[in-house]
Design a protein around this ligand. Structure first.
Ligand code: FAD
Ligand code: MG
Ligand code: MG
Ligand code: MG
Ligand code: MG
Length: 532
């Protein structure tokens, strides 16, 4: 069933829903959300505005259903059909929320003040900037396309991050075809004009390449018969394979499909520089540098930090970091009353190995100095909530096997299996932290984090909490909720021609025609914010 965040009451976890909400009236805490993307809007959808005075600040007054953004580039999906106005979403929930269309340019966590800038084109002179106070701040500003400092990217490449990007790409593809048809061009110029280059072989780059291939080989080929044979699509990838975060079967399927279609995949290539008419690429194996001419290039190599957060991170001692670090309750480390969700943040998870002594003490109920199998099992059952890596580990290793692994001498096996001392206990759990995984920068994660955080906030004023667990022993700041737990709904790689690869929970991999609909249904039922 659904796993709601829980409130710890006398050491027991009670689901948040068990509390009914009351309106505290005046004196509501001021809660400010930055961002109207997946993280921000899913938080807003859930938050109880009777309990908080909620404001949302974002330069974008609409939400974008990003999984369909690549389809806007080839016209299969209309831009407006994947954008939903924030005000309409808010009014449909009947919630009392203020929205300011502006960009937060400074976060002052000491004085709890935000500096904001009007993001519209019709600013009032001298009144561009204003301040907003908060009691609680939710940072959900997402990330930016990352150029990794590569020269020429900003000037000559398209990004695929915002709705306008997708529309510009679409126009630009058509422009390339029209220009290629002009009578005075040389063959070489025509060929360059119809060379489409995608830098980055991750899901976005690959999906875009596949969509583009469909567009140029189907629709545009019939409209521009004289130049259709000059079209090339090239994907440049720095690693060994495209889609290298996916199951290798999907990665292979994608590479084979591209090969059949005639989409060139250049793996192990690093882009050194982007010029006006070509990208300069270094082939890692040979060290050779080659120029790949383009009519249009799309840069899709990963995400980076927004300047407002880089600045903020310096003020809270999070230097030398690429993303904002939070704890497992999504609290930003190094300051108070600030939370962060989605692409702009990453969770630093607690290691089991750091809490071994505590876990052992808890487990050894009879204080015998050793753990019997039942004690061990009981502890693992309790601890899997606190340490999600344990959950993954225990799914793979049955308890017995965990215990078996610490057999010391073969003759002694049975005896050892039944009694673990603290060192053996430690040894049995030594591998657990290897299961720690960073959450991917996806809509699924952002939406689940937003919903989780709202549920915690909704329950926050209800109950006092009692320190429990390793944090109490170390005297650290306490939380009263179960930490954020991610439910992976699978990942999905559309590959054009209605083909795609999907990874579903439980190591299922599905490749082929029907996969898209299978995946969309899983996806839509779990995280979608509005009906498509
Ligand atoms: P975003 O959704 O990016 O929202 C950030 C918000 O903050 C925006 O409203 C922005 O305007 C606002 N903002 C920016 N700066 C400021 C500021 N200074 N002050 C206030 N507000 C600010 N994920 C999937 O799970 N499945 C997919 O199929 C998928 N496909 C994708 C396809 C493309 C082309 C792209 C670009 C992404 C895709 N993703 C997909 C990833 C997914 O979109 C992101 O992980 C998700 O949007 C992250 O949500 P977020 O709330 O952190 O950030
Ligand atoms: Mg957001
Ligand atoms: Mg606007
Ligand atoms: Mg994140
Ligand atoms: Mg014991």
């Amino acid at each position: 069933g659904e796993r709601l965040p829980a409130v710890a009451v006398d050491g027991d976890l009670i689901p948040v829903q068990a509390f009914t909400s009351t309106d505290p009236g005046e004196g509501k805490k001021k809660l400010v959300v930055l961002g109207t993307g997946w993280g921000g809007m899913s938080f807003l959808k859930q938050i109880d505005t009777r309990q908080y005075d909620v404001k949302i600040i974002s330069p974008r007054n609409y939400f974008v259903f990003t999984p369909l953004l690549p389809s806007v580039t080839n016209g299969t999906v209309e831009a407006r059909s994947i954008a939903e106005p924030v005000r309409r979403m808010l009014s449909s929930t009947g919630k009392q929320v203020d929205f300011y269309e502006s960009e937060c340019v400074n976060i002052d966590a000491v004085n709890k003040k935000l500096l904001c800038r009007d993001a519209s084109n019709v600013r009032v002179k001298g009144k561009e900037d204003f301040e907003v106070d908060y009691d609680y701040l939710i940072v959900a500003v997402g990330a930016m396309s990352n150029t990794f400092g590569t020269e020429g990217v900003k000037e000559y490449c398209h990004f695929l991050k915002e709705l306008e990007d997708a529309e510009k790409i679409r126009e630009s593809v058509v422009d390339c075809f029209e220009t290629a048809c002009l009578p005075h061009l040389s063959d070489e110029e025509r060929k360059r004009m119809l060379s489409f280059v995608i830098v980055g072989g991750g899901p976005t780059g690959v999906e875009f390449a596949a969509e583009l291939y469909d567009l140029v080989s189907e629709d545009l080929a019939s409209l521009y018969p004289s130049v259709k044979d000059l079209v090339t699509v090239t994907v440049i990838q720095s690693g060994d394979h495209i889609l290298n975060t996916f199951d290798h079967r999907i990665s292979k399927f994608a590479e084979e499909k591209f090969q059949r279609d005639g989409v060139t995949v250049k793996t192990n290539c690093r882009v050194l520089k982007v010029n006006e008419k070509d990208v300069l690429v270094k082939e890692k194996a040979t060290g050779q540098e080659v120029h790949v001419p383009f009519g249009m290039a799309v840069w899709s190599t990963g995400i980076g930090t927004r300047p407002v957060l880089t600045k903020f991170m310096k003020t809270i001692g999070q230097t030398d970091r690429r993303v904002l670090a939070t704890d497992e309750w999504l609290r930003v480390k190094g300051c108070k009353d600030v939370w962060a969700v989605g692409d702009c943040a990453t969770i630093e998870q607690r290691k089991v190995v750091d809490d071994i002594a505590y876990l052992f003490e808890k487990a050894d109920i009879d204080k015998s100095g050793t753990l019997e199998i039942e004690e061990f099992q009981r502890t693992m059952e309790k601890a899997r909530e606190r340490y999600p890596q344990l959950e993954v580990y225990l799914q793979r290793q049955k308890f017995r096997h965990v215990v078996d692994m610490v057999k010391i001498s073969p003759g002694d096996a049975k005896e050892k299996a039944m009694h673990l001392n603290v060192d053996e206990f430690k040894k049995s759990l030594a591998q657990v932290d290897k299961q720690l995984k960073l959450f991917p920068a996806t809509a699924q994660v952002a939406a689940q984090q937003g919903a989780y955080l709202a549920a915690c906030f909704n329950a926050l004023p209800k109950k006092d909490y009692k320190p429990e667990g390793p944090e109490r022993i170390r005297g650290e700041g306490r939380h009263r909720f179960r930490q954020f737990q991610y439910r992976h709904m699978g990942q999905f790689a559309p590959l054009g021609s209605e083909q795609c690869g999907a990874e579903l929970p439980g190591d299922w991999v599905s490749i082929g025609r029907s996969t898209q609909w299978l995946w969309y249904s899983v996806y839509a039922s779990s995280v979608s914010l509005f009906n498509l």
